[in-house]
Write a protein that binds this ligand. Structure first.
Ligand code: AHR
Length: 852
């Protein structure tokens, strides 16, 4: 048995007993002389978006919610109907369609969110919003507290579902008052614990005049509480206006003013992100253009920042703005990626577009943002940066044009942004939001940014998705990805699928240059999206298992890949079942369906009989089978006596109307189990094989860009061989995938900085996996090395604020590495082996010379 020394005192595990023959056995050969691509420093970054209170109530350290009383402001052009927010009826620039009448957005129906009034019975005191005497034109709303009779009245702020206060620490208060209504009496602010006891208090002199007066104070609570409240007490008579009520811990990340919550910023820093993408995500586009993020409104004095209602159902303060984002990047040594708007409102929402003649304004706005970050301090916007306290440039390295935009309007607009930015800033990397295979639609592309929110199967089966992908004049930045389906709130299974995907990305790092998981943060008391990488509440924070996967990959990024050959007991996938034809919201005709079996025999379908419609309306005429609505999914089963195994399917198909392309089902064991080739799916943009599995249809990666024209006959061919599917359209090979069920993945590389071989291994199976690891071209392999294991008993195990270390990496010192050794990988695990060794160069005439 190998000896294991525990480095982290927490856990001494029973792992790596080196018991050969236990569970499946495999062989991993790693040749250190077979050097692969350099793994770019940019490989692992993070994506920050104001979603689920990631900023306000999360990273941004402000403790008062709705500090400027702007939260109930209905966004420009929107309307409230029965407590629900409706977007304006603007046409989608691709389809011309108006937003569906059912489109409604999350809205907080509280009259003044996060604030409540407590009055003495019968005093007649009230609070209401007032827009007649703004503190600043950009933030027009103030809170009016009226005490018509002499009384004691309090207004209370709940914070972001509690205010976390620590005994003896200092908290900075800023508050504005306007004594517009001749209030006479005392004004006192207090922090009150959850059970009502006073933690500290401070008297304010509201003065006498109408002019706004700023009050600054430091509060030092006498006790700690995580669900404290902030109270303003008025004891007197008259009317007082309040605005910008702000409370910050004095200790913020790097102790910056208007700064960041320390524990949150440190949790992000601990990921060692190479870059940060900001500000979104969907909020870059807005629901409509009018409520996109406008970066110029996010800089300067926070009092004057208007904030904006966002796609995720609440108004953000813009407190964590462009400057704070750039500063955070600099503070943690990350490069900055700014995402600008391409003159397009959220295409997945309303999808309006600015008129073509206004596009220059959007391009100029993006150039101004770059100037703010990079200018020398003498230009318009870089001067503003200097005024805001940062004389030198910020580390801006990437600019993305839009978010999740596609279609001809975007394709051309991107070209204009690209030219304008590259002419002035050739050093910047420009990113397009088009997906795989679509990049040729631009004149020039540095990186494309496909997004993937998928099932575990997608990433397990898609760990190979980049292997055969075309290499060209562009790279890939997977800017948003996560397992979001069937993994609860983010469990170990999802994390292991993401790890599997990353082994493929790292192996293909000549093509995949950057990745960032999404979304990043959730305040558990108000979420619009799940899962995310990190959860928090007013005082706690925890990484989900996916967080540790990100951390392990970023901390164990090799300098370059080395080749491995991974042999394991093969699992053959048997595909056997019937064939069906269909369409998704699309009317299609099919004919000449023929099956060629593995032994060469052929079976031809009679399109007029032997069919069993499962949904939609089906007719036959002129040798064609025709499917139409009213069902969205149309499906007709070829009811053959026997199912088909490995075979080649050929047929002709024509779309006559509708949104997408063709559905060809095969290997259908029953209505709910089998496979489908979805041709021109996803709004007629892509083609992919999908597994039909109960009511789920995970994509079997890879997929390819493809559009189906109406009225044209296509020749379709699918080869099915042992779980290996190849698809041809009009005789041209379009897609090839493996329906692989073996869930073990490996990435190997060498770290020049430490002289270590790094092996990352995913065993997403219920059994231990024993492997012989054979190292070639090595010398001086040190027996003693490090092993980090992320695993848990059940793949469904999740971390939560109450159970933050259920799935947690354990680091051990391993005493058993050698040129050939055996290692047993834990069930449901990601394991990182760090083996110190020298590389023995193979004999070549060149090496021989240098060695002499
Ligand atoms: O990450 C959450 C959202 O998912 C992003 O805002 C958007 O880009 C994507 O659809």
């Amino acid at each position: 048995m190998k000896k294991i020394l525990t480095i982290l005192s927490v856990v001494l595990t029973a792992c790596a007993t080196g018991n050969p023959g236990e569970g499946d056995t495999g062989r991993i050969q790693i040749d250190l002389a077979e050097r692969g691509h350099a793994v770019p420093e940019s490989m692992y970054g993070i994506f920050f978006e104001e979603i689920n209170h990631a900023g306000d109530g999360g990273l941004y350290a402000e403790l008062i919610q709705n500090r400027g009383f702007e939260d109930s402001t209905v966004p420009e052009g929107y309307r409230l109907e029965g407590g629900e927010l409706r977007p304006p009826a603007l046409p989608n620039h691709l389809t011309g369609a108006l937003p569906s009448p059912d489109m409604k957005l999350r809205w907080n129906t509280a009259e003044i969110p996060a604030w409540t009034l407590q009055q003495t019975a019968g005093s007649g005191a009230s609070m209401y919003l007032n827009r007649e005497y703004p503190l600043d034109p950009a933030t027009p709303t103030a809170l009016c507290v009226a005490l018509p009779t002499q009384s004691r009245t309090t207004v209370t702020n709940s914070g972001y579902w509690g205010i976390h206060i620590e005994k003896g620490k200092n908290y900075r208060l800023v508050l504005y008052t306007s004594n517009i209504g001749r209030f006479k009496g005392d004004v006192t602010v207090r922090l009150i614990s959850e059970n009502g006891s006073e933690l500290c208090s401070h008297r304010i002199d509201a003065g006498t005049g109408k002019a706004w007066k700023r009050h600054d104070a430091t509060l030092t609570p006498t006790d700690s509480d995580s669900r404290a409240r902030f109270v303003i007490e008025l004891d007197g008579q008259g009317t007082l206006l309040l605005d910008y009520v702000s409370l910050f811990p004095q200790e913020t990340f790097r102790n910056r003013e208007n700064g960041l919550r320390r524990d949150v910023a440190e949790t992000l820093e601990a990921l060692h992100p190479a870059f940060i993408r900001w500000p979104g995500g969907g909020i870059v586009e807005g629901i409509t253009l009018s409520n996109r993020v406008k970066w110029k409104e996010t800089i300067g004095d926070p009092v004057k920042r208007p904030g904006q209602y966002n796609l995720w159902g609440y108004r953000s303060t813009y407190g964590f703005g462009y400057h704070e984002f750039l500063q955070f990047c600099e503070d943690i040594g990350a490069d900055a990626m700014f995402v600008c708007n391409a003159g397009l409102g959220g295409q997945a929402a309303v999808g309006d577009a600015c008129p073509e003649e206004e596009l220059d304004l959007f391009i100029a706005d993006a150039l101004d943002a770059i100037d703010y970050a990079l200018g020398d301090g003498t230009t318009d916007w870089s001067r503003r940066r200097v005024e805001n306290g940062h004389p030198g440039p910020f580390p801006l390295k990437y600019v993305e044009i839009g978010n999740e935009n596609w279609g001809p309007v975007y394709e051309k607009r991107y070209d204009r942004f690209y030219k304008a930015i590259k002419t002035k800033y050739p050093q910047l990397t420009i990113i397009s939001t088009l997906g795989f295979g679509e990049q040729h639609r631009h004149e020039k592309v540095d990186l494309i940014d496909p997004h993937m929110y998928v099932s575990p199967e997608f990433f397990f089966e898609g760990a190979r998705m980049f292997d055969g992908m075309e290499r060209g004049q562009y790279g890939i930045y997977v800017g948003e990805y996560a397992v979001t389906q069937n993994v609860g709130d983010g469990n170990l299974l999802g994390a292991l699928a993401e790890a599997a995907f990353l082994t493929g990305a790292e192996r293909n790092c000549d093509l995949v240059r950057m990745t960032s998981y999404a979304p990043l943060l959730t305040h558990v008391d108000d979420r619009a999206w799940s899962p995310t990488l990190i959860q928090l509440d007013a005082h706690r924070i925890t990484g989900r298992s996916s967080y540790y996967v990100q951390q392990l990959f970023a901390h164990n990024r090799p300098s370059y890949n080395v080749k491995n050959v991974f042999g394991q007991p093969s699992v053959s996938v048997e595909v056997r079942g019937r064939i069906a034809l269909g369409g998704w919201n699309t009317d299609n005709e099919y004919r000449d369906l023929k099956i060629t079996l593995a032994d060469g025999r052929t079976v031809e379908a009679d399109m007029s009989q032997g069919w069993k419609p499962q949904s939609g309306t089906w007719t036959t005429s002129d040798g064609s089978l025709k499917g139409s609505g009213p069902d969205v999914v149309r499906r007709n089963l070829w009811n053959t006596a026997e199912p088909f195994g490995d075979c080649t399917i050929t047929l002709k198909a024509r779309k006559t109307a509708g949104a997408e392309g063709f559905l060809v089902y095969f290997g259908m064991q029953d209505e709910q189990h089998g496979y489908v080739l979805n041709i021109g799916g996803w709004n007629n943009r892509s083609t992919a094989f999908q597994r039909v599995s109960d009511n789920d249809t995970p994509i079997i990666a890879n997929y390819t860009a493809q559009q189906i024209e109406t009225g044209r006959w296509y020749d379709i061919r699918i080869d099915i061989e042992g779980g290996h599917f190849t698809y041809y359209l009009d005789g041209k090979k379009s897609l090839e995938v493996y329906a692989d069920t073996t869930r073990r993945f490996i990435a190997t590389g060498y770290d020049d900085r430490t002289g270590e071989l790094i092996v990352k291994f995913v065993n997403a199976a219920p059994d231990r996996f024993s492997a012989t690891i054979d190292l070639a071209h090595v010398s001086n392999v040190e027996r003693l090395g490090r092993v980090v294991t992320l695993s848990s008993q059940n793949p469904t195990d999740e971390n939560s604020l109450d159970d933050p270390r259920k799935v947690f990496p354990v680091e051990n010192c391993y005493d058993g590495f050698a040129e050939k050794f055996n290692y047993v990988f834990e069930p449901w695990s990601l394991t990182v082996l760090r083996i110190r060794t020298k590389i023995k160069q193979p004999f070549t005439p060149e090496n021989n010379k240098t060695q002499q």
